[in-house]
Design a protein around this ligand. Structure first.
Ligand code: NAD
Ligand code: DAU
Length: 355
């Protein structure tokens, strides 16, 4: 079996669902169920003996030791993290605890388990660390996209904590020989995306007639990738990636934020027309994110060259599926907008929109 951490979050849940749709290899899924974790995303696996869910924390060494010994996984796929840049600005402590301390604890538990395996199982074992393009910092308009050898220049508490975790993973390979793989991916979007992030937030706010907050001038550029393509890339790297290597994953799809917001409004105008007028009337420019990275772009040629992976979705097909998914799942959306969610919206947006 494989051992997934953070498999009740956005990408982790998509990964587990896709994995079990494509293979009968069981999944041990460890997730702390923070505000971002949602068992409802895994509802379709209820009663499926191939999915073993455990609520627990990656900083809990005794729990990790017990799970590894009991389930004897052939690989760890590590998604669990605090993932939202704005939250990292308001409260960086959780990011250090989970992303740095948690990754360290998981590496140590995995190393102890892996060291005791017979030589052939040690050689076949993999620790796959799921990371982000944000570790590379920000690009100027004419700069070439990030390659795997780009210098690390993280700018937010989130990206600094992910950079630290990448360095730990690298060191556990070089020092202890742990067979690691690291992937650094661009911005994902798709089903089960928590509506604190730009794309689901804009869809949900537009449908509710609330303001669509665009930070700063809206000209920051992100490289958007449909989540199913990210999951497919991770499966390829896990199966055939070279041990100790990092692979950048991206959609070759750079877009300024304002264009993303306008595209969503146009899709909603088509799929759920509002008699009062276009959803774009709700767009509001608000105070910028402190330290806001201007541009990310991924050079994904290495993974294409070595493993033959490239994205299957274009942005046009992926964003249409995503908007339709939100329209088709009002109950999932309603339930994740709990009291805690409303507190976050107040914390992040009240001061911003008054600025
Ligand atoms: P998410 O915030 O939606 O999910 C994170 C999951 O981790 C949640 O289910 C949460 O409950 C769990 N978790 C948090 N702290 C934990 C802890 N201490 N112990 C156990 N579980 C814990 O995040 P996501 O967007 O799905 O991102 C998953 C991974 O992919 C992260 O490592 C993130 O850095 C990386 N990544 C995300 C993107 C993106 O666009 N979302 C892009 C590139 C890389
Ligand atoms: O690049 C990969 C990263 O993408 C991942 O590592 C992170 O986990 C993930 O959250 C995402 O980070 P971003 O900060 O790019 O995503 P977010 O959706 O928060 O913001 C996308 C862009 O939209 C960013 O430039 C900030 C802007 N934005 C965001 C929000 C929430 C707005 O203009 N308004 C908003 O209300």
């Amino acid at each position: 079996m494989i051992f997934v951490t953070g498999g009740a979050g956005f990408i982790g849940a998509n990964f587990v669902l896709d994995w079990l749709a494509a293979s009968d290899e069981p999944v041990l899924n460890l997730d702390a169920l923070t505000y971002a974790g949602n068992r409802e995303s895994l509802h379709s696996l209820q009663g499926d003996a191939r999915h073993h869910f455990v609520q627990g924390d990656i900083t809990d060494r005794a729990l990790l030791d017990r799970l590894l010994t009991q389930h004897q996984p052939r690989a760890v796929v590590h998604f669990a993290a605090e993932s939202h840049v704005d939250r990292s600005i308001h409260g960086p402590g959780d990011f250090i605890r989970t992303n740095v301390q948690g990754t360290f604890t998981l590496l140590e538990a995995t190393r102890a388990f892996w060291s005791a395996l017979p030589a052939n199982e040690q050689a076949a074992f993999r620790f796959h660390h799921v990371s982000t393009d944000e570790v590379y910092g920000s690009l100027g308009p004419a700069d070439a996209p990030f390659t795997e050898t780009h210098v690390y220049e993280p700018n937010s508490p989130y990206s600094a904590s992910k950079a630290a975790s990448d360095h730990l993973v690298r060191a556990w390979h070089h020092t202890y020989g742990l067979p690691v793989l690291t992937t650094n991916c661009s911005n994902n979007y798709g089903p089960f995306h928590f509506p604190e992030k730009l794309i689901p937030l804009v869809i949900v706010n537009a449908l509710a007639g609330r303001p669509l907050p665009v930070y700063g001038d809206g000209q920051q550029v992100r490289d958007w990738l449909y989540v199913g393509d990210h999951c497919a890339a991770i499966r390829e790297v896990l199966a055939r990636g070279r041990v100790g290597e990092t692979y950048n994953i991206g959609g070759w799809n750079e877009k300024p934020n304002i264009e993303i917001v306008q595209t969503i409004c146009a899709l909603l105008d088509e799929l759920r027309p509002d008699t009062a007028g276009t959803y774009a009337r709700h767009i509001r420019y608000v105070a910028d994110r402190p330290g806001h990275d201007r541009r990310y772009a991924i050079d994904a040629r290495k993974i294409e060259r070595e493993l033959g992976w490239k994205p299957a979705e274009t942005f046009a097909t992926g964003i249409r599926k995503t908007v339709q998914w939100v329209l088709d799942h009002p109950e999932w959306i309603a339930r994740v907008q709990s009291g805690d969610y409303r507190n976050w919206v107040d914390t992040n947006y009240t001061a911003r929109s008054n600025a």
